[in-house]
Design a protein around this ligand. Structure first.
Ligand code: 6PG
Length: 244
């Protein structure tokens, strides 16, 4: 596990460009070494512009989407066509605009009960990436104001999961189930990029990236991948950091 690499970008436009460029680098390395590229996309609002950028010709010229396998690091327990569904957002922003075979897109089946949906998804992860802890080439993550990432929310039992790779979690404050990668799967990744934008995240970023606070109060701090960890921030999200 190497130390984290924190990159602060001047604004959100350069944040998305810098992240798209890093994705191309990781993709190129993976395809050179093993012939394909496995990525787990994050949800929420922040990555939407990144996905739209990846759908532009500048990037589609650099990525052969036939060699890309797309998973989702977490999903809301809503139907696939629900406006809150992460895979719906990713399809509309990116996947519908690139030549990726449908068989390369792995979405949660939220028509199943939560536990079954999670276990079936874990099976698809294993079948595509191998039985032992599968190493995603890249897992993209966002950060919530409470320090959650994926659907690893503070004080929830999923944080203690040390065996299962994908789990369901009832998020009391939302009154709904979520489906999420667990720490064992996230931390087996070759690369993890946190993508964080906007001044609303500056407080939590300061809490999490202030190395003097060596507590582990926030779920995002449990992301300590075997591979390389990147924090990609715009200067607004980084404004509370000593160098921000
Ligand atoms: C989700 C995400 C979640 C998200 C954060 C930040 O399903 O919502 O996986 O972890 O990344 O909540 O969300 P925003 O980008 O909308 O601030």
């Amino acid at each position: 596990m190497g130390d984290k690499i924190v990159k602060i970008f001047e604004d959100s436009v350069s944040l998305y460009k810098g992240t798209a460029d890093k994705i191309v680098d990781i993709y190129t390395e993976a395809v050179k070494n093993i012939g394909d590229f496995t990525i787990a996309l994050s949800g929420g609002g922040t990555p939407k512009k990144l996905y739209e950028l990846l759908a532009t010709s500048h990037y589609t010229d650099k990525i052969d989407w036939n060699k890309v396998k797309v998973f989702f690091g977490d999903e809301r327990y809503v139907p696939r066509d629900h406006p809150d569904n992460n895979s719906k957002m990713a399809r509309e922003a990116l996947l519908n605009h690139v030549s990726i075979p449908e068989s390369n897109i792995f979405v949660f089946d939220t028509s199943l009960p939560p536990q079954k949906s999670a276990s079936e998804y874990a099976k698809s992860v294993k079948s595509e990436l191998g039985e032992n802890y599968p190493h995603f080439d890249l897992i993209l993550l966002g950060l919530g104001g409470d320090g959650h990432t994926a659907s690893l929310f503070p004080w929830t039992p999923i944080l203690k999961e040390s065996k299962k790779m994908v789990k369901q979690v009832f998020v009391r404050k939302m009154g709904t189930y979520r489906l999420s990668f667990t720490y064992p799967l996230i931390n087996a990744a070759n690369n993890v990029i946190f993508l964080v934008s906007g001044s609303s995240k500056s407080d939590i970023i300061s809490e999490i990236l202030d190395d003097s606070a060596n507590d582990n109060r926030y779920p995002a701090q449990g992301v300590q991948p075997l591979g390389q960890l990147y924090w990609h921030l715009d200067r607004y999200a980084a404004s509370g950091l000593p160098t921000g």
